[in-house]
Design a protein around this ligand. Structure first.
Ligand SMILES: Nc1ncnc2c1ncn2[C@@H]1O[C@H](COP(=O)(O)OP(=O)(O)OP(=O)(O)O)[C@@H](O)[C@H]1O
Length: 776
């Protein structure tokens, strides 16, 4: 083995030399390109002759400009490529590769040693691969097979052979620290090492230790929809991000990072995952929360409720008189039944029911809503709906043009002409000269008055034209309200409490506000009326924490991104939103694109938490027996029962101090709601540098944080402290999944405190001894 290690180190030295050489060359090249870009930018106008005297001169100027712009863009692109390659090579300089397979192709007699790393590297001749990219077809063997027969798929077909041996390397600072022969599974030792570390403020890439079932997700390449259901901490987010890197590699000639969009649970999560792709040498995809998208599309029309405010209401307002109705409203408006009801309602608008807003000019009604309605419904009904809207728009614009003609000689216009400044006059002449070749003495008094009059009226009508083109004459709010005013609209689909739901919805709409559960349906109705604004440039949509999306929202995403394939990742045990009951499993998702276009992969192994923590958390939710912990030792979770809040805060502060002493970077005190978090934060203010995470927080903070469970979604902490796991706080069965989500955020330590009796969720765990208990 010693000899083997020596030979391996010698090879590594040679590889590092090659990397050093390539870095040197690229630095030169990148410097050169940079200079080029700066030069072109600086002298952009020197090299273009701007002359517009004749048409030929003008043409020459345009061509010159275009050539210059092209040269700049080519130089910028080459510079960017060199820069990206440089940053990858610099990373590889530290750790050129992490694995090796010895593979014999069918028909060959000797094994080839394939070294696997972040990116491919060839020797100076360019012919021999020193390292293969982890995403190259042959590298899949590393993740998929134990020694024995193995195969991989290339664009040219399947290559079969035999995997003789598989090796893992720990290389740091150019030296091989260890070398493992991993005959069966990949790197339990290395995985132990990686998972045992203290976390920092970002999620990291997992390419060196991707597990077989995760690799299936990463390389999945069939159908429109991939559903990944996985236990808490099973690597769904990680697999999603490596999948993006894989797709960007596989389709590098036709897929760009900005054609991929990741829907993430909250803004803080965006910063948490932001470094994974750059670590892999790829650019970040687009990232957005569903709320951000809704606000982008609907702001200005309504004040939209934040989903976390909706959740906060569900968690804390049990005693509010509207609580039951609101819950029923959320339950119904998030179903595909409501989606279909809205589609049917839109169809009914073809015959009647469209509501318009009259158009006024200078305080007088120009076109009444009634006139528009008549025009719309007298139009050729064989036309498509949005074409009828287009026709109506054209007609309105024509009416505005007529108004322009009629108004320009009116008295109010003449009066305004008198008040024009010299500057305004100059503008009109300049305009006339440019447009019609008039000179000043060619225009007589009458003409002048007409021209000035037209200018004044046109200016006044400009916002109106814009308003019409933006279809603001359609009363979308009124049409949405009508859905709740006329029970016929929803016939057959309405839930029991429909009348009360209608009253509650109307009250909000009348105040100019939109419940979160109404936002997507409202937008859908609007889109169905005005013609759906689809986004065909997006080729892949990934939805993380998918259990938090309603079937309604999925239908919407499907329509919004018609050219995209979708990867949906979630865990229904962590379904904390009010509409969760509709999505108990991802069954409804199978209908989204149909079974032939849908594949499902389950992840059952949990990597985040130590084995004792997983053994405890899986007792919290039914049907989670299948969850298997990764073998990583640690302390059993500890439940401390206290008699009052003073004791609670004293104990939590002492625990935090203890964890800090052990140098843990991230410690979260997780609460049920924002309300409880605010109170806990105040009571614990003596804890040094403690921070409160609120729904608007954008940065994932290290240190000690107080955070509501729903904002801790998708994120992990070295140690988790459940602020108050008492029956007082978690007595309601509907909070089971929220509680599970909170506990599964812990990597190394989990402490639960309870003022008085603990929640019934903890009974089984206590009885079965997967949690230690102390009463103080
Ligand atoms: N193959 C792996 N190698 C190394 N670390 C891994 C691997 N798979 C998962 N992990 C680690 O496990 C932790 C949990 O992963 P991740 O956040 O992707 O899980 P998740 O399924 O999205 O969790 P949740 O649903 O609970 O938010 C992370 O620290 C991740 O780096």
């Amino acid at each position: 083995m010693d000899n083997e290690l020596r030979l391996e180190q010698e090879r590594l030295n040679r590889v590092i030399e090659t990397i050093t050489d390539q870095i040197g060359k690229l630095e030169n090249e990148a410097g050169q390109r940079r200079k080029e870009v700066i030069h072109i930018r600086k002298h952009f106008w020197d090299d273009v002759k701007v002359n517009t005297d004749t048409f030929d001169d003008y043409l020459e100027t345009i061509i010159g400009l275009r050539q210059q712009a092209q040269a700049l863009s080519v130089s910028q692109l080459t510079h960017k490529h060199s820069f990206n390659r440089l940053s990858i090579l610099r990373r590889m300089h530290e750790t050129p590769y992490f694995g090796r397979i010895d593979f014999i192709d069918e028909g060959a007699s000797t094994a080839e040693n394939i070294y696997i790393g972040l990116s491919s590297l060839t020797d100076p001749s360019g012919e021999n691969f020193l390292i293969y990219d982890w995403r190259a077809p042959i590298s899949s063997i590393y993740y998929d097979y134990p020694p024995g027969p193995a195969e991989y798929v290339t664009p040219g077909g399947v290559v079969r052979g035999s995997l003789e041996q598989k090796w893992q390397y720990i290389i740091r600072g150019g030296a091989i620290e260890s070398l493992f022969d991993t005959s069966l599974t990949i790197g339990d030792e290395i995985l132990q090492h990686v998972l045992g570390k203290s976390t920092d403020k970002h999620l990291h890439s997992i390419v060196a230790t991707i597990q077989q079932e995760q690799n299936r997700i990463i390389r999945h390449d069939r159908g429109r929809l991939l559903i990944v259901h996985g236990a808490a901490g099973s690597g769904k987010t990680s697999a999603a991000l490596q999948r993006i890197a894989y797709l960007l590699y596989k389709y590098r000639d036709r897929l760009k990072a900005d054609q991929i969009i990741l829907f993430s649970p909250n803004a803080m999560f965006n910063s948490y995952v932001s470094t994974v792709l750059p670590e892999l040498g790829e650019e970040n995809m687009q990232q957005v929360t569903f709320q951000e998208y809704l606000v982008h599309r609907l702001s200005g029309e309504f004040q939209i409720e934040d989903p976390y405010d909706q959740l906060e209401f569900v968690l804390t307002a049990e005693h509010d008189p509207s609580y039951q109705i609101r819950s029923a409203s959320i339950g119904f408006k998030t179903t595909t039944r409501f989606f279909d009801a809205i589609k049917t309602y839109r169809q009914s608008l073809e015959l009647s029911g469209m509501i318009f807003k009259g158009i006024k000019f200078r305080g007088k009604l120009l076109i009444s809503a009634q006139e528009m309605s008549e025009r719309f419904y007298n139009c050729d009904t064989s036309l498509r709906f949005h074409n009828r809207i287009e026709k109506l728009t054209e007609w309105l614009i024509k009416r505005i043009d007529e108004t322009e003609k009629l108004e320009m000689t009116k008295e109010w216009v003449q009066e305004e002409i008198e008040l024009l400044s010299n500057e305004d006059y100059q503008k009109v002449y300049a305009h006339m000269q440019k447009q019609r070749g008039f000179t000043k003495d060619m225009i007589n008094y009458e003409q002048e008055r007409r021209l000035l009059g037209r200018m004044i009226v046109r200016k006044k009508l400009k916002p109106l034209r814009k308003w019409v083109r933006a279809l603001r004459f359609i009363d979308f709010t009124g049409i949405y309200k009508q859905l709740f005013a006329d029970s016929v609209q929803i016939e057959g689909k309405a839930p029991e409490d429909w009348e009360d739901i209608c009253l509650l919805t109307m009250k909000m709409l009348n105040e100019g506000k939109l419940f979160y559960e109404d936002a997507t349906p409202f937008l859908l109705l609007k889109e169905l009326i005005q013609g759906f604004q689809t986004n065909i440039s997006i080729k892949h949509v990934l939805v993380d924490e998918a259990q938090d999306y309603s079937p309604f929202q999925f239908e919407f995403l499907k329509r919004l991104f018609p050219s995209a394939r979708m990867t949906v990742l979630g865990d229904f045990n962590q379904a904390i939103f009010a509409h969760a009951s509709e999505m108990v499993d991802f069954h409804t998702l199978n209908d989204l694109y149909g079974p032939d276009e849908t594949d499902t992969i389950n992840l059952t192994r949990s990597y985040r938490s130590t084995k004792p923590i997983v053994e405890f958390t899986r007792k919290l939710v039914p049907g989670s027996k299948g969850i298997t912990p990764f073998e990583r030792d640690g302390e059993k979770p500890m439940l401390t029962q206290l008699s009052n809040r003073i004791e609670l805060h004293r104990s939590i502060a002492a625990k935090v101090a203890d964890l800090r002493k052990q140098k843990y970077n991230t410690i979260a005190i997780i609460c049920k709601s924002a309300k409880e978090s605010a109170a806990a934060f105040e009571a614990l203010s003596s804890v040094e540098e403690i921070k409160l995470v609120k729904s608007g927080s954008k940065e994932y903070e290290q240190g000690v944080v107080v955070i509501p469970a729903y904002l801790a979604k998708g994120i992990e902490f070295d140690a988790v402290i459940i602020y108050d796991a008492s029956v007082q706080v978690y007595g309601n069965e509907s909070l089971r999944r929220l509680f599970y989500t909170a506990c599964t955020r812990a990597m190394h330590y989990l402490y639960l405190f309870s003022v008085g009796n603990p929640s019934q969720f903890l009974v089984n765990a206590s009885e079965e001894g997967v949690i230690q208990t102390e009463i103080n």
